[in-house]
Design a protein around this ligand. Sequence first.
Ligand code: DGL
Length: 260
Amino acid sequence: MTADAPILFFDSGVGGLSVLADARRQLPTASIVYAADSAGFPYGTKPEAELAARVPALLGRLVERYHPRLVVIACNTASTIALAHVRAALDLPVVGTVPAIKPAAEQSRTRVIGVLGTEATVRQPYVDDLSARFAADCEVLRHGSAELVRLGEAKIAGERIDPAAISAAVQPLAERRDMDMVVLACTHFPLLGEELRAALPHAAQVDGAAGIARRIAHLTSRQPWPVQPSGGIAVFTGNPPSLPLQAALGDYGLSRIERL
Ligand code: DGL
């Protein structure tokens, strides 16, 4: 393997940047390709069968083009639906992003935890399994919001976020004052961490980014990295990003924009 073989991050949009940020802190010289399926965005309102076919096919094309050493599906929706299909299709390590129900249950005192994701994620059997295995003695409240995904994209593109829109999007969880932990089960949502803290002040937030960064560091621990990495690449399946979004991508070390 060459020292410049990248890690490929994949999401429907900018949500995976919340995963990339932790990984870059752990591995500052890693070469990065960040792929956003902007032509397929949003994922959370799409049927399972469509995503189960689309995500492995796209990742196959991305792997052919960029020859990554590792793929990170930085998207809960794609992971909970398509992780097994992607692993079957690719001959390299694939790290998924799954709702952080286990750490939330470990930390909850009230035994009431919220799972805030996309509509597609919160209805997945994957979430039933995690709840049964790690939170059997908790009440697990599930709430899906496409609006929050849209707001996450808007914030990264430099738009002002109306706190009332955030409050409206999480209203059913805000009513449950006995919920002391909320799992941010969509990678777009940590981008709205501050706004969500204001809307759900009684619940501590947990997401999967730190665990994924540790997993990436473990899987690549014996591998070389360039001493001086070149700028990371952001690749889009749809229209090129707006200028404010390009500036934000630059802040995450993604200075080259490409189109798939
Ligand atoms: N960021 C994605 C997730 O973690 C999905 C957002 C969307 O496209 O609906 O679920």
